[in-house]
Structures are given as structure tokens and as C-alpha cells.
Design a binder for this molecule. Sequence first.
Ligand code: C2E
Ligand code: CA
Ligand code: CA
Length: 739
Amino acid sequence: MAGLFSRSARARDDEDIAPENAPLCPIAASDVARRVELLDSFEAAGLGWFWATDAQGRLIYLSETAAEKLGWTDGEAIGKPLGELFTPEKDEDPDKAERPLAFLLSARNSISQLNVRLAVEGQEVWWEIAGKPQFDEKERFTGYRGSAKDITVSRESQKDAERLAQYDSLTGLANRHRMTKRLTATLKAYRNSKRACALLMLDLDRFKQVNDTLGHPAGDELLKQVAARLGRIVGTKGEIGRLGGDEFQVMLPDIDDRGALGDLSQRLIQMISQPYSINGARAIIGTSVGIAIAPYDGLDTEELVKAADLALYAAKGGGRGQYRFYSSDLKDGAKHRRQVEEDLRDALENNQLSMHYQPLVCAKTHTVKCCEALMRWEHPERGTISPAVFIPVAEEIGIIKKMGEWALNEVCRQAMEWPVELRVAVNVSAVQFAHDDFPQVVKNALTNSGLSPERLELEITESVFLGDTGRAQRIFKELKDLNIRLALDDFGTGYSSLSYLRTAPFDKIKIDQSFVRGATEDGNNNAAILSAIVSLAGALNMETVAEGVEAKDELDLVTQRGATLIQGYIFSRPMPNEDFLERLADGKLKYDPKGPAKYRADRKTVFRRIGLIHEDSRYKVVMRNLSKTGAMIEGLLDVPLGTQVVLDLGGGQLAVATVRRSKGATQGVEFEQPLISDGADGLCTRHRVSPYQIEAAGRPLAALPHDPYSLIMAERMGAASQKKFVEIEVGSPAPGTSY
Ligand code: C2E
Ligand code: CA
Ligand code: CA
């Protein structure tokens, strides 16, 4: 409308030709005045500006509007060196670091799309500049001609976008993209300065359950709280990222002490495992941690992340709530676990599962009162696989429900065949418990077998309280209505809360092995905790079981502290149904304690071929047992007491040791520095031979191979050097080395 109106308004004024009716009048290249006018309007509009310098780099021209905008009037800018207009500003992003302007100018290079910050006080103004060097007909440099435009606003919004692209919006932690970039930059820089960098990979255990039972908003809230706890522990020691879902990563520059990393991981696991309060609901999760250290376990990001991932995988496979260091054997472990996953799906159909039984004896009379059913998997190639390994896998791949149902039926059926009416306890996974039809499954097992409900006991861990507590209460009630008994298993691990005991109708508390273990040592307060649990259970009319009693001193202690029942190797290991039945049939209801006087917590029977270095010679020996403080080795004849040796435990782990006992071909050695836990059952050294040392010996830098020591020492050692001790061949593994 406006256009129509203006045209008719102008049409009345016939002196003037409306511009749209004017004839074409191009700006000729020679029409300097009109060309200047064109450029003027371009400059005035702020679309872009022009600048020029002389051969010495001094400004001889700057668009007036640009100068005005910067508060320079009356040619103030003229004569200044171009470089002085801008402040050298480091871009936070190392990848984007551009060649500085001064460099470009002095090299007389073209400038294109260079972002520069103007040297004006009190405000942040950014330009994008371009320019070309000019030369006269004799090829002499005469200065620059260039253009500029203000990009302050678009730069701001780009920065915002970048920030969003680098950080996880839920937790505020770095995202995967940023972590990868930071790790890559760090590893690259550290390679030159020969520094180490550790990488922790974390994955939350049971997060999915919280998400499913409490809903996604609760899951999000939980992740935020996890991030906050991680932040409190890691502090300024490293950078934390959330890679997505419930996966976190921690980068810790300049740490390669595995003792320190193990302690830190343990603290992370403990903190994450404390209960969370989410909109009034209580949630409990755990975490597993995989640890890899550059350059030992990997040089670049890909290698290191892969190593940490494998370690995490192993930690999860080891029963969760654990940390694990990367070692080259884990590659086999991962293969193993995948095979376990595959084979487990068919284990039930292939009749590879069976139930074993372990007696629980009366603390006073040592007669069997009940027994616990423990599942066994007889793998055709790998032999017996522990339920601590395959139950978590079964939970993960969703077959625990089927397996648990089978176990209940099998146990009820077998218990009916026993000549003595013993109670029998069946372990129930929290995943099984979470299914609404669980009470019906129990009822069916009772009906199918005809077992009297008072004889059946279910062992449940605290993790069933996770999420909807009202639901848990309902299931408890349905189970109690069946007249069966309930036991709280593994009490004292992780996140024990006495409130469970108040609200849930347990008949029995099973005190976790970890409280029995070490309770007899001086300065250990496990004994006091044992007493407290026993008296609390007594007040609530519950029985107590001391689990995992192996040694005489432990038996004395738990008996004296008042546990009602005792379960452990000291009386019997779990046994197949036939053996258990036979014993019952023979009327052998009393068990005699058989075991060591004291529990040797730290001594493990092993059979491992290792290297021993003495002076310039390397020997092959067998390690028979290993503890934090020492080892027993076999394979060298008559080594004098006090001899200093170095044990090469593989993977670059060297332990300096002194011979303390020596008899024939067997020596007991004491380590100069105690070993540390590898997070699982094993021990490892704090430090390893550094790949940088191997590099210094003339090899290319690489992550540690299986036997790195031989690489450095290959030249020094060999047949040429005179061996001081006589080596003898050591035979097969000692009996009793079990899976
Ligand atoms: P748990 O319920 O704590 O079972 C006790 C574990 O301690 C058993 O390990 C048992 O063999 C072991 N044990 C008993 N006495 C001693 C002792 O004196 N010293 C030591 N060091 N250990 C002792 P097992 O049979 O390997 O089972 C491991 C875990 O697997 C069980 O821990 C339980 O959580 C789970 N599990 C076993 N069977 C089943 C099952 O049928 N269903 C489910 N859901 N879980 C099961
Ligand atoms: Ca149990
Ligand atoms: Ca237990």
C-alpha cells in the first residue's frame, strides 16, 4: 500500500522523475566521484571499513565511522602503527590459535579473516580484518590496503554456542567433546615434557533402576548430585566430564602413583555409594572405576581411553563397586567376559547350573540349623565359574529372573528330599525382587514342591530398598503372608541403614564377611561393630549370622560377641546336593571347626613365573605366595640371607626386596616398599618402569609391553654375564590354587 501511495503522490509532481522510472546510469570506472560516494555510504552504514598503511606500517587511512566508534577523533589514529591498534589476546581455545598479526605484517603476508581485539580501554571490541600488501612497479613494498568489520556481537553469541557445545547442560561438567580435546592436548604436551597423566572412567551401578522406578527427572537430579560429589573429591586435582548417560571421566594430570589413584578411586566409590535424597525419596547407587595411566597404558587419547574402558569393564565384571587398574591381561579378561555373556544365555537349558549348599551352624552347639543355597555354573571349558562373576552378568543381560525362578524351584524340590527338615535360604537378586510377580513365583515354588513355607528363607540385600520404598514394603508383606522367612544379606556393606531394620520384617541379619575379617586384629573396630549389630538384632528379635568365618580366632571372636549362627569354611565349604544329602542321611549334623589358628589376610597362594634380577643377572623363578610386604619364591639354590634382589612381577612392575628366609630352593623375601591392592583380589606395585625410561634406552616411545624390563636390560644381560646362583626347574602349580 505504501508503495502505491508514494508512487501516486510523486506522479502528481511532474518536475521530478521518480527514481524507479529514471533511465539506467551505470557508475563508470572513471567516474571517481560516484565511486567514492558509493564507498562513503558503505563506510557510513558500518557495513565495513577500510584502512591503509604506509611502507613502515603506519596508518594512513581509517574509515571515519570506525575511528568515531572507537572514540578517536580528528585523525587521531593516523600515524599509529597498525599493530598498536590491537591488543594481543590469547584465544582460550588452543586449536584456534592464529598466527599473530605482528607476524603477518612483518612477513608481509596477506591477512584474511583475522579476529583481533581492539586496544580500547573499558570495552571489548572485536574486528575481523583483512588486508593485502601493496607493491610499486619496482616490486617495493608500499604498505597495506585492507578492510575491517565489527564482529563483537556475533563473536559473543558464537562463544555462547561454543560453551554449550563443550559443557554438559545438566551437570555443568565438561562434555565428551571437551574431555577428548583436553586429553588430546594434555597428552601431546606431556609427551615432550615426559609427564604422566591418569584417566579414570566411571560408570554408575544401578542407575537405570533409579531412573526406571523414580522417573527421569529424579534420574537427572541424581546425576547432578553425583557430579557435585565428584567435584568435591577431585577438586582442583583434575577435570571431570560427563560423557553421556551415567558415564563420567576424570582426567588427573601428573599422577602415576597407583597407590594414590587406588585411594582416590576408593574414596570416589564410597562417596557415590552414600544414599541420595531426591525430592523426598531415597536412592542408592554405586559406581565402578577403571584406571589407565599415560604413557604406561597408552600414549594417545584413543589408546588411553580404550585402556581405561577395559579396566572399567573388568571392574564391573568383578562384582561392581570396585576399581581396577588397566593391565595387558585385561584384554583376555574382556574376551572372557563376552564369552561368559554369550554362554550364560544357554547355561540353564544346557543343565550347567546347579545348587550347592553350605551349612549354617549354631554358635553354641556347632550343629547345622539351616543352609544357604549357592548357585554354581559348570562351564564345559572354563570349569566352575563363580556366581560373583555371573550373577551381575545375568542381571545385566536380563536373564536373572528366569535363573532365579529356576533356583527357587530347584532348591525347594531338593530340600524336600533331605532326610532332615532343615531350613534353606535362597539368594534373591534385587532385580528379581523388582518384578511384581515375585511373591507369586515364590508361592508357585512352594506349591510345586510341597515344601513347608517355614523352611524357606529368602536372602535379600539392602539394594532392594532403592527407589520406591512403598512398593518394597508391599512385596515384603505379600512374602510374609506366605509364611516364609526373610534374611537381610551382606549387612554392613555399602550403605547400611538401620531404618531398614525398623520397617522391614526380617528374621535374620547376615553380617558381612568384611566385618569378620580383620576383626581380630589390634586397633580394628570391626569387633565393636559386630557387638553392636548383635545386640541390635537381639532387641528386634532377629537372629544373627557371622558369615565367612575361616580361622579359629575369628570363630572365638564371633562366638564371644554373641552371633547366633556361624557360616564359613571353618565348618564347611558349600557342597553339591548329593554330598549334603549324604551327610544328613548319615546323621552327621555336628560340624567340627577346621582351619588355621589365625586368618592370614594378606598371604595368597599363587603360582606365577616371574623374573628375579640380581646384580647383572636375570633368573627365572616361581612365586609361591604373595603378600603386601613380601613373597615366597622358588627356583634358586642357597641364596644367602640379606641378599638384595629385584622381583620383576611383569608389566613393568619391579619390586626391590631383601631375602629374609632361605632354605634350599625356597626364599622368603621382604619388599622395600609394600605392594598395594589392584582393586580386585590382586596386588601391584605403586610405580612401574616408565616408557620414558625405555625411550631413553633408545627404543621408540610406546605403552608398556608385557615384559618391558627385558627391553631395557637386553643389552646389559645375557649369556655372557656370570650367574651367581644355580637355577633349578620348578614344577607344576601347588595344589589348592583355585579359581
Ligand atoms: P553371598 O550371598 O554373600 O554368599 C556367601 C558367599 O561367601 C558364597 O560365595 C560362599 O561360598 C562364600 N563363603 C562362605 N563361607 C566363606 C568363608 O569362610 N570364606 C570365604 N572367603 N568365603 C566364604 P559364592 O558361592 O561364590 O557366591 C557369591 C555371591 O553370589 C553370593 O554372595 C550371592 O550374592 C551370589 N549368589 C550365589 N548364588 C546365588 C543365587 O542363586 N542367586 C542370586 N541372585 N545370587 C547368588
Ligand atoms: Ca547370601
Ligand atoms: Ca552374604
